[in-house]
Design a protein around this ligand. Structure first.
Ligand SMILES: Nc1ncnc2c1ncn2[C@@H]1O[C@H](COP(=O)(O)OP(=O)(O)OP(=O)(O)O)[C@@H](O)[C@H]1O
Ligand SMILES: [Mg+2]
Length: 337
């Protein structure tokens, strides 16, 4: 793997707050890397250090192999899109997109060609002469993206660029950004706290917690083999059960079956449980159970198996019923203690 950027032992403290701690991370060239994690875990701080807006308290950052730890932002040739799109309101769409090129003294005719090519890329060439206020939120976000790409950045940094958009547009923009990334071959670092967005968009996912990297890997790997309970939890695993040896196993709620107490055991988990609650939701029910795990701990379990899952018998269950919580071996994830 060639790295477009690399963090080595990077720490960023604000007074007593350690926002990022001893970060070691390689950003793969030509790939889309997401920084995923809950609010306050250090995603924006990491991105801003990469952009040069803040200098690390310790450690080094290289960009394209050269030390960039103390390099000012304007010398890094990076495109950046922030959470709020922040277009220049008095400039047209084309002028917004061409802004960085003008600063770089690119001649007007060439600028126009490049601007139109970039607007084409985001599907907005027909709106080149409009002002930002005459655009929808999604269109403004695309203009911001075109503006960031226009300078042919060596890295494109996106800090929660879709969080202002409504749900449908957000989903649509995910694949747009993906398409633009693969068409341009740009190295992209995208910050998000949305696990679905990260799973759908990333080549590489970096899961962070409290300033530290918990796991790095391809989405399918991180999803099917979370490194620890935090990552599993963040990716929607429930049903954490302690094993006799002290390790944990976990099963996604959609894979936890609810059988009659005398159901045939499956290869995997077969744990007697008591129904706490069952809520009808159309395609599935949310069934909450209580059980005792191998360590003698009282645990709450959640099953959301679909109605058409034949082996899950939870349609008729009522609070107080005794059932068998079951999960097949290949749906069970084992976590280190
Ligand atoms: N300028 C600052 N001064 C002091 N503390 C800061 C500053 N900027 C960030 N922090 C703290 O550093 C930590 C990481 O902040 P950061 O903005 O990187 O988180 P984030 O992962 O981007 O969160 P969010 O998802 O809410 O945007 C937080 O605890 C935050 O309060
Ligand atoms: Mg942030």
């Amino acid at each position: 793997m060639t790295s477009a950027a690399e963090f080595t032992g990077v720490t960023q403290s604000y007074g007593d707050t350690v926002a990022v701690e001893n970060l070691n991370l390689q950003i793969a060239e030509g790939k889309l890397t997401t920084l995923l994690g809950p609010s306050g875990c250090g995603k924006t701080t990491t991105l801003r250090m990469l952009a040069g807006y803040i200098t690390p308290s310790a450690g080094t950052i290289t960009i394209n192999g050269a030390d960039a730890t103390r390099l000012p932002p304007e010398k890094r040739n990076l495109g950046m899109v922030f959470q709020s799109y922040a277009l220049f309101p008095h400039l047209t769409v084309a002028e917004n997109v061409g802004f960085g090129l003008k600063l770089r003294k690119v001649p007007a005719a060439q600028r126009r060609t490049q601007v139109l090519a970039n607007l084409d890329l985001v599907g907005l060439a027909h709106l080149a002469d409009r002002k930002p206020k005459a655009l929808s939120g999604g269109q403004q976000q695309r203009v911001a993206l075109a503006r960031a790409i226009a300078i042919s950045p060596s890295l494109l940094l996106l800090d929660e660029p879709l969080s202002n958009l409504d749900a449908r547009l957000r989903v649509q923009m995910r694949s747009e950004i993906r398409r633009i990334q693969s068409e341009t071959g740009l190295t992209v670092v995208l910050v998000t706290h949305d696990q679905e967005e990260a799973l759908e968009m990333s080549d590489v996912m970096v899961v962070m917690r409290a300033g530290k990297v918990m796991q790095t890997g391809a989405p399918a790997t991180v999803f099917s083999a979370p490194a620890n309970r935090f990552v599993a939890d963040f990716l929607g695993y429930e049903n954490f059960l302690t094993q006799p040896d002290g390790t944990l196993l976990t099963v996604r709620p959609e894979h936890l079956l609810v059988g009659r107490p005398d159901a045939a055991p499956v290869g995997g988990l077969n744990l007697p449980a008591r129904v706490v609650d069952s809520v009808y939701r159309g395609v599935d029910n949310i069934v909450t159970l209580r059980a005792t795990d191998a360590a003698g701990g009282d645990v709450h379990l959640i099953s959301t198996t679909r109605r058409d899952t034949l082996t899950s018998d939870r349609d008729g269950v009522r609070p107080g019923d005794l059932v068998l919580a079951q999960a097949r071996d290949h749906e069970i994830v084992h976590l280190a203690a």
